[in-house]
Design a protein around this ligand. Structure first.
Ligand SMILES: [Zn+2]
Length: 64
């Protein structure tokens, strides 16, 4: 269940997210909402909400 903020998208205040994984080659970042644990994929395009399965596939070296 997404929190109210995540339901409306990936937006400020960004301190509700913690960075849980980084891909320096992309570059891209996996951010997790501290409120609802939603996983957001942040790169040069629009941020995308990911499932935990998708996150593990994108960041196989990280413990997510
Ligand atoms: Zn959230």
């Amino acid at each position: 269940m997404l929190c109210t903020e995540c339901q409306s998208g990936y937006h400020a205040p960004y301190d509700r997210f913690e960075r849980v994984a980084t891909n320096p080659e992309a570059p891209s970042f996996l951010m997790r909402c501290r409120v609802c644990a939603a996983l957001w994929h942040e790169n040069s395009g629009p941020p995308r909400l990911l499932t935990q399965t998708q996150s593990r596939w994108l960041y196989p070296a990280e413990r997510i």
